[in-house]
Design a protein around this ligand. Structure first.
Ligand SMILES: Nc1ncnc2c1ncn2[C@@H]1O[C@H](COP(=O)(O)OP(=O)(O)OP(=O)(O)O)[C@@H](O)[C@H]1O
Ligand SMILES: [Mg+2]
Length: 260
């Protein structure tokens, strides 16, 4: 099962959510791959992998596609272990930005899907972190994935961003990946005491959009886990927010196994 975490709005929790769901999956003993398609490399860094050392990255994989990287490496060569058991990363690199135009010009949007299919037997779960743009990389991710998850940060602009996002994704789905399903919207940095989040969630539900029952609260523990480069299931498994990620992960797994 391949899931993409996408919202073109910046700072809503894409990297935090994709890394923590991947970590939770790995902690459950599933071989899990986190693909980081954002040139910022936040989820790569968060999972304890350094992009600026010698290993290969997802940028090299894309450069190979356009002939800028000539070594005939198989897809596994671009994947790296993390310090955590069963958790692997296809790491980002700042040079993703350099190769984007070339990939676009040559219509290589399907290449990621092919690569991940080749890795299918190696991994039980794949999570894809995306940049805050509807660009080549987020499109490639939405074409490669089976499901997509939308983080939502409960501010007023987010609801407008969701309408735009769904319009874009529905169009892409119709053209390139009819199997893609909106799995649900994750309410992040939820504050149950404030009025606005409750109203915004009601507005999402009024549009018949699927909202995950488990919400993720705001906590300084999230920032601590970023700075320690240790996703929450490893840093503090009994913490409230770690339990929320564990429960959210269960919700995904149960939905995945439910009959359609
Ligand atoms: N539940 C949370 N509690 C506290 N802080 C959070 C939470 N979720 C995210 N953050 C913080 O919000 C900021 C943005 O989160 P994150 O980087 O995951 O978002 P993003 O959507 O990946 O951003 P970008 O669009 O830049 O890639 C980070 O500083 C992160 O630590
Ligand atoms: Mg991010």
């Amino acid at each position: 099962m391949k899931r993409v975490v996408f919202n073109q709005k910046g700072g809503v929790g894409k990297s935090t959510i994709s890394a923590n769901l991947a970590a939770q999956s790995a902690r459950q003993g599933l071989r899990t791959l986190l693909v980081d398609l954002d040139a910022q490399g936040n989820s790569t860094h968060y999972c304890g992998v350094d992009v600026n050392n010698d290993g290969l990255t997802v940028a090299d994989m894309f450069k190979q596609v356009v002939g800028w990287f000539s070594k005939p490496e198989p897809p596994e060569a671009f994947v790296r272990p993390t310090p955590f058991n069963h958790l692997f990363v296809l790491p980002s690199h700042p040079s993703l930005a350099d190769v984007e135009r070339e990939l676009e010009n040559r219509y290589k949007m399907f290449k990621l899907k092919e690569t991940l299919s080749e890795l299918e037997t190696e991994f039980d779960r794949v999570y894809i972190d995306t940049p805050p743009n509807f660009n080549f990389y987020s499109k490639a991710a939405l074409i490669a994935a089976d499901r997509f998850i939308v983080p939502f940060d409960c501010d007023d602009f987010s609801i407008q961003a969701i309408d735009r996002l769904l319009q874009n994704v529905l169009e892409l789905r119709a053209d390139h990946n009819p199997e893609l399903q909106l799995e649900g919207i994750v309410i992040n940095q939820f504050n149950a005491q404030a009025k606005l989040p409750i109203e915004l969630i009601a507005a999402l539900e009024a549009k018949s959009l699927p909202v995950f029952a488990q919400k993720v609260h705001s906590s300084v523990k999230v920032k601590e886990s970023h700075s320690k480069r240790m996703p929450l299931p490893y840093l503090a498994p009994a913490h409230k927010v770690s339990m929320q990620f564990a429960q959210l992960w269960e919700e995904l797994e149960q939905g995945q196994n439910a009959p359609q």
